[in-house]
Design a binder for this molecule. Structure first.
Ligand SMILES: NC(=O)c1ccc[n+]([C@@H]2O[C@H](COP(=O)([O-])OP(=O)(O)OC[C@H]3O[C@@H](n4cnc5c(N)ncnc54)[C@H](OP(=O)(O)O)[C@@H]3O)[C@@H](O)[C@H]2O)c1
Length: 351
């Protein structure tokens, strides 16, 4: 492990320098990784491992789009593409990449397929941390491990293909075989992680649920809507309101933050923007801090989990989801966004 100074706090990290791909291949040479679920994470992780020379099987229920997608991605029915149970039986590392509500629903049949010394690998601390609610309580004679990419499964694949990687956290919940940590790190390297950092199942799920409800998605959409609505209320056109709220962020400023950090972006904007942003950042931080406090408490107490499991296990889940997504897509703001995007020079050239 390498020691890295994160703003004055020294933490351990693992990269392919400390744990080369060759070592991961050696650790996994007698293993079969069964990737259960071919939704968002499944394809990225399965294809990256396959490309890295690991023996990979996909377990997916038949018939739907995901099954077909696995075929399109080169997995062969009856050979490397199997039913969930068949794959779970054949795998020695069971990569549980069914949706979190689906993990609860399928757990009894997965549990029945686990053999002594298998590793049950998660990409989220959800099912284990909230096991009172999910019922996912693995037997004592398997390793229970986690590699959790900090990004969408889509970028797990696209970054890998571009020669980069998505960072992942990792944890060992139970080390039955005495090899749980090296199995975890080998899996993390084989799926193409940028760097790996240690966590616990509990810390992973708490930070992840806060992050996606907060800055990454929920807060992001909410503050964008608030600003857009205020500009519209005061007579600004949709094009102007959208450009000042979303397009300038995604096409320009956030890219500078990604490359060089927030201070650098502040240093490279106009002095007028800089002065205002330096002053208003404190107001916004203080305004949302109580909301984040409440969010963290609800994540910690399991209330957010209760809501997720209830909503995502409902038979009409997909229809209800579609309705909510349509509400966003068909709002003036995001229709204006579609128009703005269609005017980007690279898209106009394609048209
Ligand atoms: N999405 C991400 O980028 C991301 C990022 C980090 C970690 N994770 C974690 O990775 C894991 C997988 O997440 P995901 O987003 O990839 O999931 P997802 O796209 O929602 O996964 C759907 C997969 O689960 C299957 N599935 C759902 N319910 C099922 C059921 N009752 N029986 C059998 N199969 C069922 C689906 O099959 P059908 O297609 O047939 O419905 C599909 O293969 C989760 O633990 C998640 O928290 C996800």
């Amino acid at each position: 492990m390498a020691k890295v100074d994160f703003g004055g706090v020294i933490e351990d990290v693992v990269t392919s320098q400390e744990f080369p791909l060759e070592r991961a291949r050696k650790v996994l040479e007698n293993e079969t990784v069964a990737v259960l679920g071919y939704g968002v994470q499944g394809p990225g992780q399965a294809m990256n491992m396959r490309d890295n020379g690991i023996r990979v099987l996909v377990g997916q229920r038949k018939g739907g789009q995901s099954w077909q997608r696995a075929i399109d991605d080169g997995f062969v029915p009856g050979e490397t593409l199997l039913s969930i149970e068949e794959a779970a039986e054949k795998g020695t590392i069971i990569q549980f990449l069914i949706s979190d509500a689906g993990q609860m629903a399928t757990w009894p049949k997965i549990k029945a397929c686990l053999e002594d010394g298998d590793a049950l690998c998660f990409s989220h601390g959800f099912s284990i941390t909230y096991k009172e609610q999910t019922g996912v309580d693995p037997p004592e004679n398997v390793d229970v491990i986690m590699v959790a990419p900090k990004g969408s499964g889509r970028t797990v694949r696209s970054n890998f293909l571009a020669g980069s990687g998505i960072n992942s956290s990792y944890a060992v919940f139970r080390d039955y075989t005495g090899k749980a940590e090296e199995r975890t790190l080998a899996t993390g390297i084989a799926i193409g992680s940028g760097y790996l950092f240690p966590t616990t199942f509990e810390n992973e799920v708490h930070s992840d649920l806060v992050g996606e409800r907060g800055v990454l998605m929920g807060c992001l959409a909410g503050v964008m809507e608030a600003q857009y609505n205020i500009l519209r209320k005061h007579g600004h056109s949709p094009s102007e309101a959208f450009n000042e709220t979303v397009e300038e962020l995604t096409q320009s400023l956030i890219r500078l933050v990604a490359e060089n950090g927030m201070d650098w972006m502040y240093a490279n904007c106009s002095t007028t923007a800089q002065r205002g942003a330096l002053d208003w950042r404190h107001r916004f931080r203080d305004a949302v801090t109580p909301v984040f406090e409440e969010l963290f408490k609800r994540v910690e107490s399991g209330e957010e989990t209760r809501i997720v499991l209830e909503a995502n296990s409902a038979p009409d889940y997909r229809e209800r989801l579609q309705k909510e997504l349509d509400e966003i897509r068909l709002s003036e703001m995001w229709k204006a966004g579609a128009a703005v995007r269609s005017l980007r020079p690279e898209r106009r050239k394609k048209a």
